[in-house]
Write a protein that binds this ligand. Structure first.
Ligand SMILES: [Zn+2]
Length: 242
C-alpha cells in the first residue's frame, strides 16, 4: 500500500502491536550491537555478553556497559518514539515489544512496553535475589567498575538478557498476546535476525496488516503491506499526521 493508504490504516487501527529494535534507538544517538559501528565490532565482541563469561569476568563486561549505561541515561526519545506515544494519547491501544534496553519508549510516554531483552534500568543479585535501580550505582558504572550487592556483597548483574539465558517469560507472553490481538502490526528498526523475538510478527492473525520500517530489507518485507527503508523518526510522524 502507498503512504496515504498506510496513513488511513493507522488512523482506523484501534490496537497496534509494535516490535522495535536497535534501529529505533540509533536515531537517538545510541550505538547498536551488530552493525559495523555497533558495540560488538567497536567496543568489544558478542562474547562479552555470554552469561558464562560474565560469571567469570564481570569486570570485562562492566568496562563496556558502564559507558553504554551513561549513554542510555542521557539519551532522549526521538520523533519515532514520540509518534508511538502520541498514538496512545489519541486513545489507541499501543503495545510495544522492544529488544532495546534503554527505556526510551517509556521516557517518550508509552505505557505498555514489554522489554523482551530486559532493561538497563535495574540490576539484580543472584545470591540474595536483591533487586536495585541501576541509578543507585551510577558512579560505579561511570568508572566502568563492577557494582556489588549492598546486602550480601555479591557481584550484581544487570537485568539484561545475556546470550545463554532464556528470554523473560512474562514480557514475551504479553508481547505474543499483543500481536495476536492487534489490528495492525508494526516492525520498527529491526532486521528480524534475532530470535525468538523476531517470531512475534508471525503471531498476528491472518489478514492483520503488517508495516515494516527498517533501514535494511528484512525477511518479512515480501509479506508486509507497507515497507519503508527511511528513518523511523522521519516516516512515522508523517504516517500519523491527522
Ligand atoms: Zn545480594
Amino acid at each position: 500500500m502507498n503512504l496515504e493508504e498506510a496513513r488511513k490504516t493507522i488512523r482506523n487501527a484501534k490496537h497496534i502491536a509494535v516490535l522495535s529494535g536497535a534501529g529505533m534507538s540509533t536515531e537517538s544517538g545510541l550505538p547498536d550491537f551488530r552493525s559495523q559501528k555497533g558495540i560488538y565490532n567497536t567496543l568489544t565482541t558478542a562474547l562479552t555478553f555470554r552469561i558464562e563469561l560474565f560469571r567469570i569476568y564481570p569486570q570485562r563486561f562492566y568496562r563496556v556497559i558502564g559507558p553504554f549505561y551513561q549513554q542510555c541515561v542521557s539519551a532522549e526519545p526521538n520523533a519515532g518514539h514520540r509518534a508511538l506515544a502520541e498514538l496512545e494519547r489519541r486513545g489507541k491501544t499501543v503495545e510495544i515489544a522492544t529488544q532495546n534496553v534503554d527505556c526510551l519508549h517509556q521516557k517518550a510516554g508509552s505505557s505498555h512496553v514489554y522489554e523482551v531483552h530486559g532493561t538497563i534500568d535495574t540490576v539484580s543479585c543472584r545470591k540474595c535475589h536483591g533487586h536495585f535501580k541501576a541509578s543507585q550505582f551510577a558512579t560505579v558504572f561511570a568508572q566502568g567498575k563492577v557494582p556489588h550487592c549492598p546486602t550480601c556483597g555479591k557481584v550484581l548483574k544487570p537485568d539484561l538478557v545475556f546470550f545463554g539465558e532464556a528470554l523473560p517469560d512474562e514480557p514475551m507472553r504479553l508481547a505474543q498476546l499483543a500481536f495476536l490481538n492487534a489490528d495492525l502490526a508494526m516492525v520498527l528498526g529491526t532486521s528480524l535476525k534475532v530470535g525468538p523475538a523476531n517470531q512475534l510478527p508471525c503471531c498476528r492473525v491472518d489478514g492483520t496488516p503488517l508495516f515494516i520500517i527498517n533501514q535494511d530489507p528484512t525477511c518479512l518485507d515480501d509479506v508486509a503491506d507497507f515497507v519503508s527503508h527511511e528513518k523511523i523518526g522521519e516516516i512515522l510522524p508523517r504516517l500519523i499526521e491527522a
